[in-house]
Structure formats: C-alpha cells, structure tokens
Ligand binder design. Structure first.
Ligand code: NDP
Length: 281
C-alpha cells in the first residue's frame, strides 16, 4: 500500500476549514498565522508558499514577515515580541534554518508557547515528554496521524526511528512512547544500523540521505515512513530506496506526496488549536 499523504492532508484541511468557519461564526475569531523568513533561501521560500496556500484553503489569515539575510538578532526578537502581544495573531512560525549568525534556539524560545504552532518551544517539547500533547511538532504529529489513519494500533508495536533531530526524531519517539509503542532510536553514531532497522514493525527514516534504506535493511511486511527530502539530479526523493523496498514493505509513504503535505496540514490544525485556546483566556 502506498500511503497517500496528499489525500490525507486534504481531509485534515477540510476538517480544519470547518473548524475555522465555526470559530468565525460563533465567536467572530479568524485564526491568523504569522510567518517569518530571514534571507532568500529558495527551499525555505517554497515551503512558505506551501504554508500560505494551505492557509488560503483553510481560510486561515496569513501574514508574512521578511528580513534580509544579515538582520540583527535584536530586530528579529523585537518583531517576535510584537507578534506575541498582538491579539489578532494566533500562531507564529519562524522558517528554519536561520542564518548561522543567529542563535536558533534562543530565537525559537522567544515565541510565546501559546503561539508556538511549530511545537519547537522547550515548554511544548517538555510537555510532550510527560504525555501532554497540547502543541505537538507538525511532522511527528502528522506521522502518528497517518499511521492511525491506516488503522494501525501502535500499542506494543516495535518502532525504529532513524534520526534524532529535535524537530522530527526526538519528539516523534516521545509520541510513540505516549501510545505504548516500543521505540528504538538510531542516529549517525549507531553501529550496524541494519541490525535495528531489520527488527522494525514500523520504520521511520528522518536523516536527509537519499536511498539510505534498501530492502536488505527491512523485514517482510514493515510499514515505512520516509521523512527525508533530498534533491538528486533535480528530482525530489526520500531517504528510502522506494523502488527497491516497495514489494517487501506492507505500506510506504512516497516522496513527494507523503509526509510533506501532512506536515503542512498539521500546521493548520495547530493554528486552529492556538486560536481556540484564546477563547479560554
Ligand atoms: P537533521 O540533520 O537535523 O538530523 C538528521 C539525523 O539523522 C541526525 O539525528 C543524524 O544523527 C542522523 N543521521 C545522519 N546520518 C545518519 C546515518 N548515516 N545513519 C543514521 N542516522 C544518521 O535533519 P532533520 O531531522 O531536520 O531532517 C531529516 C530529513 O527530513 C531531511 O531530509 C529533511 O529535509 C526532512 N524533513 C522533512 C519534513 C517533511 O515535512 N517532510 C520535515 C522536516 C524534515 P546525529 O544526531 O548523530 O547527527
């Protein structure tokens, strides 16, 4: 089975659009997402345009703030504080990566945890670790949503996550634990990666290396979630050698049209959650 991330994303966005309509009709509140881009990175611009289009589809209001590559950190923080205090803004997203002269962790921590729709603030990540998923990061929550959507019960399942970044691997491992899965995390220092990937009922790969995973590295019937987005000879491909493994896996996400669109849809969902939470004060 090829897991159609594009279709799942459309369903999530339709649900969000209904929620936005209700919020507007009953409370006069229109959710608003503010995004901040520093510099001219073409990939970042593409990701932002996907987010803007998703806002249009879900009728979430969208505001974009652009800074030149050499912006001073203080200037960026000043805008974040203004957006934190602006009652019309419900979600704030800082497009990563930031240029090297900016302290990414410091900047992300300046975003109010209530408006942290990317789920990267230490308070939201800490909550995730203790089982409170009030603002989960979008890629991990999208992956869990996809797995549950195809009818998988994660309880007792052995999940192997390759990659331990703070935006994908680590929070995802916590979300799997929250659902009683048994979790193995691998990374660049893992010795004999194949030994672990071969034991996975579900294998999630978030590394950023094209075709790292081949059929010798998986067991028959594994469910594979390929998070990787790599450009090879101008074409987008994942971390898994799709053609090589597709007969052996029982289900797999393609790249493109897999995890990517679901991630963007979860951002819309988080923005709606953030807007709703303002009603509770
Ligand atoms: P990072 O570079 O932050 O992390 C990569 C991880 O992979 C690290 O934990 C690293 O280990 C590990 N790693 C590197 N080489 C190996 C190896 N040979 N074997 C095992 N583990 C290895 O990347 P991100 O998590 O930000 O992104 C990963 C990929 O997912 C990228 O291609 C990115 O573009 C894509 N992505 C896609 C998204 C989507 O929506 N579809 C969203 C976010 C990311 P160590 O910690 O030891 O360095």
């Amino acid at each position: 089975m090829i897991i159609d991330g594009h279709k799942i994303a459309e369903e999530i966005q339709e649900e969000v659009a209904r929620g936005v309509k209700r919020l507007r009709e009953y409370y006069g509140v229109t959710p608003c997402l503010a995004t901040i881009l520093v510099g001219e990175d073409p990939a970042s611009k593409t990701y932002l345009s996907m987010k803007r289009r998703a806002c249009e589809r879900t009728t979430i209001h969208y505001e974009e703030y652009l800074f030149p590559e050499r912006v001073q950190q203080e200037e960026l923080i000043k805008l974040i504080q203004e957006l934190n205090n602006d009652l019309k803004i419900h979600g704030i997203l800082i497009q990563l990566p930031l240029p090297a002269h900016l302290d990414e962790d410091f900047v992300l921590e300046r975003v109010s945890p209530k408006k942290d729709v990317d789920g990267f603030h230490p308070l939201n990540l800490g909550n995730l670790l203790i089982g409170k998923e009030n603002m989960p990061p979008c890629t991990p929550s999208g992956i869990v949503f996809m797995l549950e959507k195809i009818g998988l019960n994660l309880k007792g399942i052995h999940v192997v996550v390759v990659g331990r970044s703070k935006i994908v691997g680590r929070p995802l491992a916590a979300m799997f634990l929250n659902r009683d899965a048994t979790v193995t995390i691998c990374h660049s220092k893992t010795k004999d990666l194949k030994r672990y990937t071969n034991q996975a009922d579900i294998l999630v790969v978030a590394v950023g290396r094209a075709k790292l995973i081949t059929k010798e590295m998986i067991k028959e019937g594994t469910v594979i979630i390929d998070v990787g987005m790599n450009r090879v000879e101008g074409k987008l491909c994942g971390d898994v050698d799709f053609e090589d493994v597709k007969e052996k896996a029982s289900a797999i996400t393609p790249v493109p049209r897999g995890v990517g669109p679901v991630t963007v849809a979860m951002l819309m969902k988080n923005t709606l959650i953030a807007a709703k939470s303002t009603l509770r004060g």
